[in-house]
Design a protein around this ligand. Structure first.
Ligand code: FEO
Ligand code: CA
Ligand code: CA
Ligand code: CA
Length: 662
């Protein structure tokens, strides 16, 4: 077995931590190592500056009880804060229930087989809830807040946590053996998305297995490529001479639900699924280098030619798009909407602008990559769903330039305008879209610290940009919008579009929050002084705005080593004196990140997606060694010896009912 061992450790875990510009992340220290080296709180407190630094960064107000402080500053949230920390279980604020709604392997249809982790098959997985739930959306049915379709992305797979007998410990580190074709097929069926009917009965959410819209989308679901790049030669393969038909979707991270009720699945780290080498002199070489293709984390190319560049050199151009799914028909063909560009799309949250155009905000999750938005050409018709179904076919894609003076511009990615011409290698709009990143480069867009979720807020008219971290930014690369070198903990930018018009081509911006431990002066975090030791966080990733316009932030990358806490869901004030006050509402079990989060229209339920639980735990005293199928740091959520850890979506509700955090 040793000779055949895969040379890479935890390939998909590293894939999730997006790397910069095509460098192989496998040689990089983990985020936790970087942080502990650079910002060790323990070491820092032993230093002579400790007392004066804390005195300088914590005002006397912080010494008041948190409740008194909140009352004094007018926080928009009311709940008893969770204590930050690390352990094997999840924790929600007192007075709330966090009920498991859907676990990896749960049945979605009347004929779904029961989950049997030691006898997994691709056929069974394709009828069950997939792995590593990320985006969560809710599409009400019949206008009711207690009945609807839950749509969930399944971003990636962790073979060392999924399959028995796959890894062994060598010199304290896990070594993973090669996957069988059946295991690869299970992985492909565990990716994609779930559409499932749910209903709230007597206060508790239930899955409706008989739901006629229930559906699994996988890496084997046929999709259509639409929009300006459809049919371009660069999208043609031996299996598809038209350049319009593609099998599957990859690495669906965050997403969105459109105003007309379709489900958006964003394709993020698609580069990791490709292996092999391009034929010598192939014209896509520089394009692929810009996207880090191939990264070779997955083994699918050993069994399927479409993931091997030497056999299907154009296939990677067919991924990295925004996918739109009509959830009203379980046989509808999902559409890859090329008008929204090809990047490592984190998500695609949308809002209707004053002029009726629909605006989609898009983050490209890579160090030094860009923030985009797409403005539809047509306008939204709230009374005619069918009339909206192709709004994503035409419109203008813009990339953000954040100026030092707090102004910003949205630069159009339109062929023939500015430098986007044939002289610069863009022969058509298709080229601009296939090489969206390079188009942003030549336009001079602002290089950001890994853009994640970008969320418009209808209530206050602002837009919130999660920038998760970028430890590669050097001191001479900082700018006003990315103000910290070696930005280990990330920050959040607040955009105000000109005249409150989400379709505007200019606006203003400011930093809402620089994240990290505010008691360590060197970190430079800017949480309000009312934020408690539980309330600060690092690495913002996803976020949600509830119907009251309040901001909720979920994180990816906190750990015992990095921040002394797991990831979680934080309530972040944006208004008045309480601005930049954060409080911990929910936290995940060891090894997990928190995705989702999503509030139902009545604000009575928060759905959260606990992704990759048990992936880690070496740095936590409760485990202290590598975590894998046979020796897991947690067996959440079942805590049964014969059940592996299972990524799951939870429904958080107030005990006895009512709106959350009021
Ligand atoms: Fe899949 Fe950008 O997190
Ligand atoms: Ca994410
Ligand atoms: Ca969001
Ligand atoms: Ca993530």
């Amino acid at each position: 077995m040793t000779e055949d061992l895969c040379p890479k450790m935890f390939p998909t875990t590293q894939l999730e931590e997006a790397d910069g510009d095509g460098h192989n992340s496998s040689l990089n220290p983990t985020m936790g190592e970087i942080i502990s080296r650079r910002f060790s709180r323990r070491d820092f407190l032993q230093g002579s500056l400790a007392v004066s630094a804390i005195a300088a960064t914590v005002s006397p107000v912080a010494l008041m009880t948190a409740e008194k402080a909140r009352a004094a500053t007018g926080s928009a949230f009311s709940f008893p804060e969770v204590e930050a920390g690390v352990d094997a279980n999840h924790h929600v604020a007192e007075g709330y229930d966090a009920d498991v709604l859907l676990r990896w392997g749960d049945a979605l249809f009347p004929d779904s087989p029961e989950f049997d982790p030691v006898n997994q098959t691709a056929e069974a997985q394709a009828r069950q809830f997939g792995y590593n739930n990320d985006y969560v959306g809710f599409i009400p049915l019949g206008g009711a807040a207690d009945h609807g379709l839950l749509v969930v992305n399944h971003e990636y797979t962790n073979p060392h946590l999924m399959f028995p007998g796959l890894v062994k410990v060598v010199d304290g580190k896990l070594e993973q053996g090669p996957l069988t074709q059946e295991q690869v097929d299970v992985e492909m069926a565990a990716h994609g998305g779930t559409i499932v009917e749910i209903r709230r009965v007597d206060g508790k959410w239930q899955v409706v297995r008989e739901g006629k819209n229930n559906r699994r989308i996988t890496v084997n679901t046929e999709m259509q490529i639409t929009g300006p790049a459809a049919g371009n030669d660069r999208l043609k393969t031996s299996a598809d001479s038209t350049g319009t038909k593609v099998i599957g979707t990859l690495n669906n991270c965050a997403g969105g639900v459109t105003p007309w009720g379709t489900y958006i699945m964003a394709e993020e780290n698609f580069h990791g699924y490709f292996m092999g080498e391009l034929p010598a002199g192939h014209p896509e070489a520089s394009n692929y280098e810009r996207y880090g293709v191939p990264e070779g984390s997955y083994e699918w190319g050993r069994f399927y030619d479409r993931f091997d560049l030497s056999k299907e050199p154009n296939e990677p151009n067919r991924f990295g798009w925004v996918v739109e799914v009509d959830v009203s028909d379980p046989n509808s063909v999902p559409k890859k909407r090329t008008a929204l560009g090809r990047t490592k799309h984190e998500g695609a949250e949308s809002i209707v602008a004053k002029n009726g155009k629909v605006v989609f905000y898009l983050g490209d999750d890579e160090r030094f990559d860009y923030v985009y938005k797409f403005v539809t050409e047509g306008t939204y018709n709230p009374d005619d769903r069918a009339a909206n179904m192709d709004l994503l076919e035409a419109g203008t894609l813009y990339v953000a330039k954040f100026n030092e003076d707090g102004s910003m511009g949205w630069l159009p990615l339109v062929h023939g305008q500015g430098p986007l011409t044939a002289e610069n290698g863009f022969a058509s709009q298709a080229d601009v879209l296939i090489e969206t990143r390079r188009a942003g480069d030549v336009l001079g867009a602002t290089k950001m610290d890994r853009p994640e979720d970008v969320q418009p807020n209808e209530v206050n008219g602002k837009v919130y940009v999660m920038l998760t971290n970028n430890t590669k930014r050097k001191a001479d690369e900082v700018d006003a919008a990315n103000p910290r070198a070696e930005n280990a903990f990330g920050h959040i930018i607040e955009i105000s579009e000109a005249d409150g018009d989400f379709s505007a081509t200019s606006g203003k911006w400011e930093v809402l929050l620089k994240c990290g431990d505010p008691s360590v002066a060197e970190v430079g975090a800017t949480f309000s002084t009312e934020t408690t030791k539980n309330g600060w966080f690092g690495m913002p990733d996803n976020c949600a705005v509830d119907s009251a316009g309040r901001l909720w932030v979920s994180t990816d990358g906190n750990s015992n080593e990095a921040t002394g806490r797991t990831d979680g869901l934080w309530a972040v004030d944006t208004e008045g004196d309480a601005r930049a006050t954060s409080r911990l509402f929910f936290r995940v079990p060891v090894g997990a990140e928190l995705c989702g989060p999503l509030f139902t229209p009545d604000d009575e339920t928060a759905f959260v997606a606990v992704q990759h639980p048990g992936d880690g735990g070496e740095d936590w005293g409760g485990h202290g060694r590598p975590s894998y199928y046979e020796d897991l740091s947690t067996r959440w959520p079942d805590f049964k010896d014969d059940m592996p850890v299972r990524p799951s979506v939870l429904a958080i509700t107030k005990v006895g009912g009512g709106k959350i955090a009021v």
